[in-house]
Design a protein around this ligand. Structure first.
Ligand SMILES: *[C@@H]1O[C@H](CO)[C@@H](O)[C@H](O)[C@H]1NC(C)=O
Ligand SMILES: *[C@@H]1O[C@H](CO)[C@@H](O)[C@H](O)[C@H]1NC(C)=O
Ligand SMILES: *[C@@H]1O[C@H](CO)[C@@H](O)[C@H](O)[C@H]1NC(C)=O
Ligand SMILES: *[C@@H]1O[C@H](CO)[C@@H](O)[C@H](O)[C@H]1NC(C)=O
Ligand SMILES: *[C@@H]1O[C@H](CO)[C@@H](O)[C@H](O)[C@H]1NC(C)=O
Ligand SMILES: *[C@@H]1O[C@H](CO)[C@@H](O)[C@H](O)[C@H]1NC(C)=O
Ligand SMILES: *[C@@H]1O[C@H](CO)[C@@H](O)[C@H](O)[C@H]1NC(C)=O
Ligand SMILES: *[C@@H]1O[C@H](CO)[C@@H](O)[C@H](O)[C@H]1NC(C)=O
Ligand SMILES: *[C@@H]1O[C@H](CO)[C@@H](O)[C@H](O)[C@H]1NC(C)=O
Ligand SMILES: *[C@@H]1O[C@H](CO)[C@@H](O)[C@H](O)[C@H]1NC(C)=O
Ligand SMILES: *[C@@H]1O[C@H](CO)[C@@H](O)[C@H](O)[C@H]1NC(C)=O
Ligand SMILES: *[C@@H]1O[C@H](CO)[C@@H](O)[C@H](O)[C@H]1NC(C)=O
Length: 410
């Protein structure tokens, strides 16, 4: 059943196509009304006239408008979900705010293969703790398609760009954006079970989820497993100190802002960020960032291939150097220690578990082998052989459903 079927019947759907109309003098309401491809969005907004009027009144904004196909993909994978959500005005308001970039006219020509992180109007603390508004990532993907990347690395494509109206610009996208989830839900979807177990064992899960503006460097499971012998000799206090060394409190460092720097960690001791000029690879001390820019409710998470040690700050001059002396380990030993009681993820999110040994500052993943956007990136990418994340409707819907379910249970 179509989403609109659940909504008010007084929805006017005109049949003008943008291409045949000068939209620049229209207001947002008229513009959305005039495009057949936005009738589901129109239905949603019509059900919330105050919100719609508020959005239409904002000046100089960029709206990423989900097409009918975006709604029907969601509705076919989760029938009734959106209809149920309409009863949660807070959630719909937050979701629509996340599709809106205020005080900025973002034209398609501004989107390049260097990702940019655009602050949206989503700032309600129930959904985001990012000062200035939760961000979306905009970049050119494979075949120069402009992509908008949101929570769980869900990818929406811009299918019609630069539609002007009196107060701003609309880009039509083929999938709804997903509000980023908190650290624990995101780490779970990314299969970072040992990291989750370590957070729980050190009572850091709740403080991290409640923080604002953080950068989390999360070692993958193999990284923890490689040092399980060392971990088993450490006190709880030492493990806490190690975990805190993986978090920057008060600064969100997206890949585009990662540069050679020394940054204070939550543990007090500084982290050394190094960007390899020839390959663009990013290192935190001697560990490598293997999956960058996973947006979380209160900042960003980057996956590392090694656990960091505040007492051994070897840097990228010795990449991947073991920083826990004499450490060895196997999957089962650490797995038991840190993850007992931590459920394996129920779904695997390809984009989150993908590892990419060539993640680069200002030039992150998702460049398929031979990706043609290479020429506009700041780095040489000729040998990049990174798997494209599979951002299917099902993945997007699952992520959205997670958020939705949470809201409906409150
Ligand atoms: C938007 O434009 C339509 C058509 O011109 C008009 O009927 C409507 O009143 C306008 N809405 C606002 C809020 O100005
Ligand atoms: C929209 O702007 C008009 C004129 O500035 C104002 O009268 C109206 O109250 C505003 N509506 C909303 C919903 O903010
Ligand atoms: C409108 O957007 C442009 C481009 O993003 C920006 O340079 C300008 O400062 C904005 N104007 C206002 C009044 O916010
Ligand atoms: C969210 O943004 C709106 C509009 O800019 C502002 O009025 C409001 O105070 C902000 N709320 C928070 C929690 O920052
Ligand atoms: C990119 O273009 C190539 C050549 O036309 C095509 O084979 C490939 O499937 C395209 N990739 C995507 C993700 O559409
Ligand atoms: C976005 O475009 C890519 C490449 O053309 C395609 O594989 C993917 O399915 C599209 N995403 C959606 C949500 O349609
Ligand atoms: C975590 O909290 C529990 C319950 O308050 C406490 O017993 C335990 O010692 C704490 N663990 C650490 C590492 O602080
Ligand atoms: C992060 O820093 C803020 C401000 O200094 C502080 O209030 C907060 O408790 C810190 N968060 C954590 C998790 O340490
Ligand atoms: C934002 O922070 C507040 C206060 O710590 C917390 O209650 C809320 O759950 C956080 N929001 C999200 C989406 O995590
Ligand atoms: C780091 O070294 C100090 C001083 O030797 C020691 O007290 C502390 O426990 C060590 N921390 C870790 C995580 O090994
Ligand atoms: C730690 O980083 C801060 C901020 O970059 C810097 O001011 C400070 O000098 C650094 N401390 C050390 C010991 O390198
Ligand atoms: C990296 O480590 C080497 C060797 O210990 C040291 O000489 C260099 O100063 C370090 N670089 C940074 C940026 O800390």
């Amino acid at each position: 059943m179509r989403f609109s079927a659940f909504l008010s019947t007084s929805v006017a759907v005109a049949s003008l196509a943008f291409a045949q109309t000068d939209t620049a003098t229209m207001n947002l309401t008229a513009l959305i009304n005039s495009n057949q491809n936005l009738s589901e969005l129109n239905s949603l907004l019509s059900a919330m006239p105050d919100l719609a009027a508020g959005i239409a009144n904002m000046t100089n904004v960029t709206l990423f408008a989900p097409s009918n196909a975006a709604f029907s993909t969601l509705n076919s994978s989760n029938p009734g979900l959106l209809a149920g959500l309409v009863s949660s005005q807070n959630y719909i308001q937050a979701l629509l705010s996340y599709h809106l970039v205020p005080n900025m006219s973002v034209m398609a020509a501004n989107i390049s293969s260097t990702p940019s992180f655009l602050p949206t109007a989503l700032n309600a603390t129930m959904y985001a703790n990012v000062t200035g508004g939760q961000v979306i990532e905009a970049r050119l993907g494979e075949n120069m398609t402009a992509e908008i990347i949101s929570g769980m690395k869900d990818v929406a494509n811009i299918t019609q760009a630069d539609v002007k109206y009196n107060n701003g610009i609309v880009h039509i996208i083929d999938s709804l954006l997903s509000i980023p989830a908190n650290v624990s839900a995101t780490a779970e979807a990314a299969d970072l079970t040992d990291f989750l177990g370590a957070l729980r064992a050190t009572n850091l899960t709740a403080p991290l989820n409640a923080a604002s503006d953080i950068t989390v460097f999360a070692p993958n499971n193999e990284a923890f497993q490689n040092i399980s012998s060392a971990l088993s000799t450490l006190t709880a206090e030492q493990i806490t100190n190690i975990l805190e060394y993986h978090v920057i409190n008060g600064t969100i460092a997206y890949s585009s802002s990662l540069a050679n720097a020394s940054l204070p960690s939550m543990a007090g001791t500084n982290l050394t960020i190094t960007v390899d000029k020839s390959t663009g690879a990013v290192f935190v001390n001697s560990a490598r960032v293997i999956n960058a820019d996973i947006l979380i409710a209160n900042g960003v998470l980057h996956v590392l291939d090694n656990v960091l040690n505040p007492n051994n700050t070897a840097n990228a001059t010795s990449p991947d150097q073991p920083v826990f002396s004499g450490a060895s380990g196997s999957a089962s030993s650490t797995g038991d220690m840190l993850t007992s009681g931590i459920a394996a993820p129920s779904t695997t999110n390809t984009a989150l578990v993908a590892t990419d040994s060539t993640v680069a500052a200002g030039y992150t993943t998702r460049m398929g082998a031979g990706g043609s956007a290479a020429s506009t990136g700041p780095l040489s990418t000729s040998s990049k052989g990174i798997g494209m994340p599979v951002a299917t409707g099902a993945v997007g819907a699952a992520a959205l459903f997670g958020g939705a379910a949470m809201v409906l249970n409150w």
